[in-house]
Design a protein around this ligand. Structure first.
Ligand code: PMP
Length: 393
């Protein structure tokens, strides 16, 4: 007898599910994939960073023993320095299954030991809601982020929502290159936000999936975390090395928890206990690549170079897309294409325009109008702009 009829088919993932639909589209020569946030060269190809290639060759003879539950020590130390600078005494770090695993592990811990509501930006990476719910935050609350009318940050409403949150709430913040909007706070706005967090004892949980990708400068991108840290707000960070190292499938990430020295053993102990039951211990290979690169001055320099290559290409492509759209359309303001930063462009297209682009023009972007700029290149930018113009007219 059928056992699973009560289960029902869930909706496909709004990001990875769309990638599957794209692959099935038979218009192979003209279809354009702007769905998943993975870097592509101007030829539309994935890019293995030169430093990653060298590190990989050095590691070919490494063994395949288990790592400790909290990961590779050389890796956790190196990733701490990226986030905290030199002041790492109060950091508890666990290597995680990339950024997704870091968000999950932190929320599992917080659900168990910190009785407080969770706030997500009203518009955010769709998986944040899935992770929160599966970690036991049945109904995550949201705070205002984007002003839909202007596609700019609605900072006043964001402050008002967080001011109205119960004291001690957990608040997820995108460190830089906000996904999907590409709209970040300015430094003076981060200062104002930090004061609000201090006044209300909010717990800042930074999601760092794009460090180095926003400006190409690691210290500049890490600034909001360091500012909150220096103000004594004990921020946590969920770190991904998928994008900035191009190590998507290797699942390299970390959770940093800022705690008092006397709290370290308890917090680390329970994070390890949760990890042990969920996946036992993290994969070694990607973490070895990252720590090899971060600890070797030449490879480190090469990595910084690659961050610039990637962020510069995306920056230039934004300019190109904007000028093609300005040529192809009348009475439309495309300023936001170049004012947004990071991998994504939030076009402001409506869902019905997005669906028309998909069906009639074989252009694939998320239903919310998010475009992965990495998918745009000198070959497809003109047909892309023409297709967008066609659904707008
Ligand atoms: N947070 C945000 C905001 C993201 O965009 C992503 C990747 N799309 C992640 C976390 C996690 O990605 P990963 O698990 O591949 O590190």
């Amino acid at each position: 007898a059928a056992r699973w009829t009560h289960v029902g088919v869930p909706p496909a993932d709004p990001i990875l599910g769309l990638k599957v639909v794209f692959r099935q589209d038979p218009f192979t020569s003209s279809k354009i994939d702007l769905t998943v946030g993975a870097y592509r060269t101007n030829d539309g190809e994935p890019w293995v960073l030169p430093a990653v290639r060298v590190a990989t060759e050095r590691l070919l003879t490494a063994d395949h023993e288990y790592l400790p539950i909290d990961g590779l020590p050389a890796f956790t130390r190196a990733t701490q320095r990226l986030m905290y600078g030199d002041d790492v005494a109060s950091a508890v770090t666990v290597q995680t299954l990339s950024g997704t695993g870091a968000v999950r592990l932190s929320l599992e811990f917080l659900k168990r030991f910190f009785d407080a509501p969770l706030y997500l930006p009203r518009i955010t990476w769709s998986n944040h809601f899935n992770i929160a719910r599966d970690a036991g935050f049945a109904d995550p609350r949201t705070y205002a982020y984007l002003d839909d009318a202007t596609s700019r940050l609605d900072f006043e409403s964001m402050l008002a929502d967080l001011d109205a949150a119960p004291d001690g709430s957990i608040v997820l913040l995108h460190l830089c290159a906000h996904n999907p909007t590409g709209v970040d706070l300015t430094l003076p706005q981060w200062e104002i936000l930090a004061d609000l967090f201090a006044r209300k004892s909010l717990l800042p949980l930074f999601d760092s999936a794009y460090l180095g990708f926003a400006t190409g400068d690691l210290d500049r991108d890490a600034k909001p975390f360091r500012l909150f840290f220096e103000k004594g707000l004990a921020p946590w960070a969920c770190v991904s090395f998928s994008k900035n190292f191009g190590l998507y499938s290797e699942r390299v990430g970390a959770l940093h928890a800022t705690v008092r020295v006397e709290e370290r053993d308890a917090v680390l102990g329970h994070l390890k206990k949760i990890a042990r039951a969920m996946y036992s211990n993290p994969p070694a290979f990607g973490a070895r690549i990252v720590s090899t690169v971060l600890e070797d001055p030449d490879l480190y320099a090469s990595w910084l170079d690659s961050l610039h290559v990637m962020s510069d290409r995306i920056f230039e492509t934004r300019g190109l897309l904007r000028s093609h759209l300005e040529n192809a359309t009348r009475d439309h303001d495309w300023d936001h294409i170049t004012s947004q930063i990071g991998m994504f462009c939030f076009t402001g297209l409506t869902k019905s325009q997005v669906l028309e682009l998909r069906e009639k023009h074989h252009v694939y972007m998320l239903d919310n109008g998010r475009v992965s700029m990495a998918g745009v290149n000198t070959r497809n930018v003109e047909p892309l702009a023409a297709a967008i113009a066609a659904v707008l007219e």
